[in-house]
Design a protein around this ligand. Structure first.
Ligand code: C2E
Ligand code: MG
Ligand code: MG
Length: 671
């Protein structure tokens, strides 16, 4: 028996390693697409990734075999060779499947590693069985086993690295590292497997012992190369197609197939030469949809889009930018051509639009804006401002942007209207009782502002007060509130209605102003009201901005005999040390501290602690936003008796309603 010793062609060995790493990289890239939303179904990418990996393992094997030289003639069996690709593809599929599961636990990693390793090994040994030569061979069992263990171990390591380091490394780097590991798993298995083989012959060799032969695998290599190239081509093309579909979905409207608002925005930002923009707004499409359904609505939009498209100048581009809006951008003209075409287009729609058996009277308007500067963004905002203007009607008009008319905004309107609101009596006050939690009698009220706007209806103070504050309009309103409260107290006194104290909310910036002190003083004397009837509420956030001056101002109010309450306590970033420094008389604990009581033990403990703290600092306490009997029960279980302001007792009431409410329960004797 003659033992035959093989040799390797180093360059082909290196090529085999490179092939397996490349295959692993391609497979991982496709595998990543499984996690992303894509036009192709996840299983498509799973299949592509397994075919890439399987083919990679397979080609590596045959390149590795062609690197091997023996002093005998070698060949292979075609059918076994083809069969050997299947375990590789199948194992890759299963491993990718496990790797892609949402919870990729240690167990699934172990199972995936085992499957992958066994797949690589079976491919190899089936490939070996396909070898035909003048010599025989047998395996050394221990090395054979080692090669399988290596394949499983390194596959597991690759999957582990892939999942564990993904968070810490750049995507490319981790993919590269995993691919190299995976490539090494395949090649190390192969070459360990090869060293497990003992080639021998019992008949004398026809060739010389040192005359090495390589396997003739020209045909096989050709097939492998064509196969792998085809695979790469298909995966490249599908990736491109996938990206193209994504682009179409993102930048085009599915119904009209026109570019959409994202494309418009991109074009406005990039096309320097855009000059004019028209937006056609179709009114009341919902009406047709509710009568005839969505498909009918789609037909209307499509038909209108087609008309605009056919009538627009050739040099302009049409977009569908919202459900019921089309845009036309003209790049080369001063706007006159676009204006004329849009006039013709809208005139066309004055005639009924035939859709199925109906003839619809479509209501629409078209806004037009031009720019001579390079800032195309204002084109869009100006055209939109025209559409948002409250006076814009849908009677087939072309309305050109006019900076004097179309600077409409809700905020601006509020600021503009507030002066008139005072003189036209649109503002009024409501009063919310503050009730003693033990005696259940009212100790006073908080005055809360209301605005019944002629066009917007009732506006919440939570909305309009911040706007007025920002625009420096809150001082006049506060002056009005102070005078209105004094007038009301004086009127109540004439009617012998003992309301107790009335709290007035003072906005942050006004607290430190000397005008406020004087105004309060003047009103109190004019209406002959004692200072103990008035409480000022200031919020902690506003006070903290200018703590030194706030402390001085509060001290002056207290000297005058007014109570001062810190409103919304706990909502700002207040430090407890301010509480000690500020000469306030009352703390109003914010609603958010009461909401969880008594269900949440933590919230209940916090509320309890705050109340105890306030009493130990000798402060009066008002709890805001008490709504339920459960909250009341918890408050009553404490030994202190804070005042309660909340819907549990009463919502804010108009003056007449308040008098009736008091009549039912009677006031608390003065504090
Ligand atoms: P605020 O001073 O903390 O007033 C308490 C707010 O809580 C009032 O809302 C009141 O209606 C509401 N509230 C009272 N009890 C409950 C309850 O049990 N449940 C719930 N969900 N809410 C309750 P409103 O009247 O909407 O006032 C909101 C804010 O607007 C006031 O908060 C105050 O910061 C400001 N504001 C109201 N009137 C004036 C005013 O005349 N001048 C100034 N500067 N601000 C005012
Ligand atoms: Mg308040
Ligand atoms: Mg409050």
């Amino acid at each position: 028996m003659i033992i035959l010793h093989g040799e390797y062609s180093i360059s082909l060995v290196i090529l085999s390693v490179v092939i397996s790493c490349c295959a692993a990289y391609t497979a991982l890239s496709m595998n990543q697409r499984i996690q992303q939303n894509s036009f192709f179904h996840k299983s498509f990418w799973l299949l592509m990734s397994s075919v890439a990996m399987g083919l990679g393992i397979w080609s590596m094997h045959f390149v590795g075999m062609s690197a091997f030289m023996l002093p005998v003639n070698m060949n292979y069996d075609l059918s076994l060779t083809v069969i050997s690709v299947f375990p590789a593809v199948f194992a890759s599929y299963l491993a990718s499947y496990f790797a892609g599961r949402p919870s990729f636990s240690h167990w699934s990693k172990a199972v995936a590693g085992l499957i992958m390793g066994l797949g690589i090994s079976s491919m190899h040994y089936i490939g070996m069985a396909a070898m035909k030569m003048e010599a025989s061979f047998k395996y050394r069992p221990w090395i054979f086993l080692t090669s399988v263990v290596i394949a499983v171990g390194v596959s597991y390591a690759a999957l582990f690295v892939f999942s564990a380091l993904q968070k810490y490394m750049g995507d490319h780097l981790i993919k590269l590292l995993t691919s190299i590991l995976m490539g090494l798993a395949i090649t190390s298995m192969h070459y360990t497997g090869m060293s497990a083989v003992v080639f021998y012959t019992e008949t004398p060799l026809r060739t010389h012992l040192h005359q090495m032969n390589q396997m003739d695998i020209t045909l096989l290599t050709t097939v492998v190369v064509i196969g792998v190239s085809l695979l790469l081509l298909i995966s490249g093309l599908t990736s491109l197609l996938d990206r193209y579909v994504e682009h179409r979905l993102h930048f085009f409207d599915a119904l009209t197939l026109l570019p959409n608002q994202r494309q418009l925005e991109q074009d406005l930002n990039s096309v320097k030469s855009a000059r004019s923009l028209a937006i056609v707004h179709i009114h009341n499409v919902e009406k047709w949809i509710s009568m005839h359904g969505y498909t009918f609505g789609d037909m209307i939009i499509k038909a209108i889009g087609e008309v605009i498209q056919s009538m627009k100048p050739a040099s302009s581009q049409i977009y569908r930018i919202e459900e019921n809006r089309f845009a036309v951008v003209e790049a080369h003209d001063s706007g006159e051509t676009l204006k004329k075409t849009m006039e013709r287009t809208l005139a066309h729609f004055k005639k009924p639009l035939p859709i199925e058996n109906h003839r619809l009277a479509i209501e629409m308007v078209c806004s037009l804006s031009h720019t001579s500067s390079n800032d195309n963004r204002e084109l869009l905002s100006n055209a939109m401002a025209v559409l948002q203007h409250p006076l814009t009607r849908y009677n087939h008009e072309i309305i050109e942007y006019n900076p004097e008319i179309h600077t409409y905004s809700y905020e601006r309107q509020i600021v503009q209207d507030i002066g008139k609101a005072i003189s036209e009596h649109e503002l009024f006050l409501v009063y919310q009782p503050q009730v003693d939690s033990k005696s259940l009698k009212a100790a006073g009220v908080e005055a809360l502002l209301r605005w019944l706007h002629p066009r917007f209806g009732p506006i919440s103070p939570g909305v309009f007060i911040p706007i007025l504050e920002e625009n420096g309009k809150i001082f006049d309103v506060t002056d009005w509130v102070i005078e209105e409260v004094c007038r009301q107290i004086s009127k109540w006194r004439q009617e012998s209605f003992a309301v107790g104290h009335v709290s007035i909310n003072i906005p942050g910036a006004y607290v430190t102003s000397s005008r406020l002190l004087k105004l309060i003083h003047d009103n109190l004397s004019a209406y002959r009201i004692e200072t103990r009837y008035i409480e000022l509420e200031i919020t902690e956030t506003s006070v903290i901005e200018d703590i030194e001056n706030a402390i001085t101002a509060i001290a002056r109010f207290r000297e005058l005999g007014l109570s001062v309450a810190l409103d919304d306590f706990g909502t700002g970033l207040s430090s407890l040390s301010y509480l000690k420094q500020m000469p306030i008389s009352t703390i109003k604990i914010d609603k958010s501290f009461v909401d969880g009581v008594p269900v949440s033990e933590k919230d209940s403990a916090v509320l309890d602690a705050i109340i105890t703290l306030c009493y130990s600092l000798n402060l009066n306490v008002v709890i805001e936003g008490v709504e339920t009997a459960g909250q009341m029960e918890f408050i009553n279980s404490m030994k202190e008796a804070p005042l309660i302001q909340g819907y549990y007792f009463s919502r804010p009431l108009k003056s007449g309603e308040l008098v009736a409410w008091y009549a039912e329960r009677g006031p608390e004797p003065a504090r």
